[in-house]
Design a protein around this ligand. Sequence first.
Ligand code: PLP
Length: 380
Amino acid sequence: MRNSTRSDVDPFIVMDVMEAARRAEEAGRHIIHMEVGQPSTAAPAGARQALATAMESGSLGYTVALGIPELRARIAQLYGDWYDVDLDPSRVVVTSGSSGAFLLAFTALFDAGDKVGIGAPGYPSYRQILKAMSVEPVMLETAAENRYQPVPSDFVGKGLDGLMVASPANPSGTMLGKDDLGALIDAAQAENTAFISDEIYHGIEYEAKAVTALEHSDDVYVINSFSKYFSMTGWRVGWMVVPPEHVRRIERLAQNMFICAPHASQIAALGALDCKEELDANLQVYTRNRQLMIEGLPKAGFDRIAPPDGAFYVYADVSHITDDSRAFCAEILEKAGVAVTPGLDFDPDRGAGTLRFSYARSTADIEEGLRRLTEFMANR
Ligand SMILES: Cc1ncc(COP(=O)(O)O)c(C=O)c1O
């Protein structure tokens, strides 16, 4: 049968690495997982309990398209708690993960042929989803001295219809400070470029608090998720905050594209919002792991790294060691039994010389992974 050209997207390479690691495990090997970008912890107990109760008492049918009103209100309250931002719950849209939010946002904001700037390195699915919607991703090559975040001069004058940023970012873990984020929003708005802020790693920050784009402007799309800080990747629930005049448009799209985000997951998400203690305990583990990584990776020979501000990744420049990060990852998996992700996922041009290490797993795993990496590099 025929295929569309827009569906001709690249694979998500980290998924291929996960599959190679799974095959190695099936063959009896013990693998340390530094490739996966997800917590190994379960959804918080309060989330599971809320769902258990709801399952016994209700049918869990469709919800309204924008999400359960109590959940939208509780998410709005989070903006008061985290950033001192007074947010009208009617602007909150509950989605099927941030991935569902991207589909809604890109459909609401862009037409076929429009151009959307995304920083490289950056989360690979932005460009693949845009392409699948016949929107043109414009890769903005960010500089190490700008901590791999875009600056206005990277896009001003390029005629972009949209700009997508992430802070903390995947894979670099770097954050945009208040002034830098504000400068990007102002520059985008001056060019009539829609500004989308991916804030999925908020809550997982180490030295300074992450800033939301809503602290600077209401005329932005903000996307977030229960996947990372709330430890609920597989539940497929996230949210988006949109300008008031966009709500009805998004509602019409959501009704038709998704009907609603999974009801069960919305119930669990509402429970998760009251589990601060448990979630902060997870954060303690990431904090300890981050310290081990920024001390241990240079000792192992991966010394071109910057301490991440947030998320749970370290992005390493290995261009002095290899010009083929994919083959290098395969070698690390084979010889060290550690799965890591080649930078090609995040930066098609420069990623042959970079790797992403995830430290979302247990501290014991991180210690063992660093020990294996050190031994591997010493014998190479
Ligand atoms: C920057 C970024 N945005 C979005 C996502 C997708 O997350 P979700 O599970 O909310 O769809 C990820 C997943 O790793 C990510 O790293």
